[in-house]
Design a protein around this ligand. Structure first.
Ligand code: MG
Length: 368
């Protein structure tokens, strides 16, 4: 399986925006971080190399499993990219502009599918506007037939690209150096949203896009039998009670309903599928540990959990004095509100035979 180093060229001066644009923030994240985080969530990307300006030092906060290393660039783009290529360790590289925050994993995958040990790949889009050439004040029309604009990331076998960039340091991009070296250059469809933030108006458009979120709601429900001789655990908190909940795991009915609500909102399989009761690994499992796994799955899909609300129905024991401790325990994951209902002596929970829990979770994701 091919593995990739994702190199982000953020070594430029970006003076057209009146500052180093790659470090300007977009919805609270530096411009370079948008594509770095998308790359960190992409299969087969093993490391991220951030090429920062010459003579600057930066050790960015970074919490993803895929490591990120910052290296200094050079005086020219080609020298900066070369520093990134030399710091990289994978056989294949994706070279990306920091100023393109909205490239998607779908694009990364198309590029990975098209590259080979002999051929590099670039994303392209057909020119959709009519073109003019202005020389000495004279305007002439240019036929746009067959003309395309080029985007990044551009993907190549690393060692051959190093040779090409060394031979053609004044090339406008890596694809030009690659093609001038006589190698095969392939193309895949680019993305309109993957535009380059170059002038002030671009930043205005980028901000409008970055602040657009989609919101989803997920629903979870769970039930466990209440019996003597078992511990009672709700939201990871041990409750004093002669009766406890029966189940394969620790039977934390609240955490189970919350996990299914969160997974539901993200459109992922439920806990019965992820952590089957038939699997011995989950015997007496700590449900907060399972919630950590759920959160990493959900976060890997780009979702954050904004809020969750839950109702526990139980006739016994009295639970309200544990509310604060339970909310605090679950605050490791997201803000949560908990309500307790007696069942008015009705149905099986009202007869003290079981506890049920209903939960809803609200999740948000930036549209990329
Ligand atoms: Mg359960």
């Amino acid at each position: 399986m091919r593995e990739y180093s994702f190199i982000i060229a953020a070594g430029g001066q970006g003076t057209r925006l009146g500052g180093k644009k790659q470090f300007m923030t977009l919805a609270g994240r530096e411009l370079w971080r948008w594509s770095a985080e998308t790359a960190a969530m992409t299969d087969r990307v093993r490391e991220i190399i951030l090429v920062i300006p010459q003579n600057e030092s930066l050790s960015p906060e970074w919490t993803h499993d895929v490591p990120l290393h910052a290296v200094n660039g050079g005086s020219e783009r080609a020298l900066s990219v070369l520093n990134g290529l030399n710091a990289a360790t994978c056989d294949y590289v994706m070279v990306h502009d920091a100023a393109r925050p909205f490239a998607t994993r779908g694009l990364f995958r198309r590029l990975m599918d098209a590259v080979s040990e002999d051929a590099g790949v670039v994303p392209v889009l057909p020119v959709s506007d009519a073109l003019k050439r202005i020389e000495g004040g004279e305007v002439s029309c240019v036929d746009r037939e067959g003309l395309y604009i080029t985007q990044t990331p551009q993907v190549f076998p690393r060692l051959k690209l190093i040779e090409a960039v060394r031979c053609f340091p004044s090339a406008k991009d890596e694809a030009e150096a690659w093609e001038k070296s006589g190698h095969e250059l392939r193309h895949v469809d680019g993305e309109r949203m993957n535009f380059k933030v170059t002038v002030g108006d671009d930043m205005t458009i980028a901000r409008a896009l970055a602040e657009r979120r989609i919101t989803r709601t997920g629903l979870g429900w769970d039930i466990h039998r209440l019996i003597p001789g078992r511990r009672l655990i709700l939201g990871g908190v041990r409750i004093e009670s002669p009766l406890g909940l029966l189940g394969h795991s620790d039977a934390d009915v609240l955490t189970h309903a919350l996990m299914d609500a969160v997974l539901g909102g993200a459109g992922l399989p439920d806990i019965g599928t992820l952590f089957p009761a038939s699997d011995e690994r989950f015997r007496d499992a700590d449900s907060l540990g399972l919630m950590r796994e759920v959160m990493s799955l959900v976060n890997a899909e780009g979702w954050t959990v904004d809020f969750a609300d839950a109702v526990i129905t139980a006739q016994v024991p009295r639970l309200s004095k544990y509310r604060e401790e339970i909310v605090h325990s679950l605050s490791e994951f997201f803000p949560v509100n908990i309500k307790f209902k007696s069942a008015e002596g009705l149905d099986d929970s009202g007869r003290g035979m079981c506890m049920t829990c209903r939960a809803v979770a609200t999740l948000g994701r930036v549209i990329v």
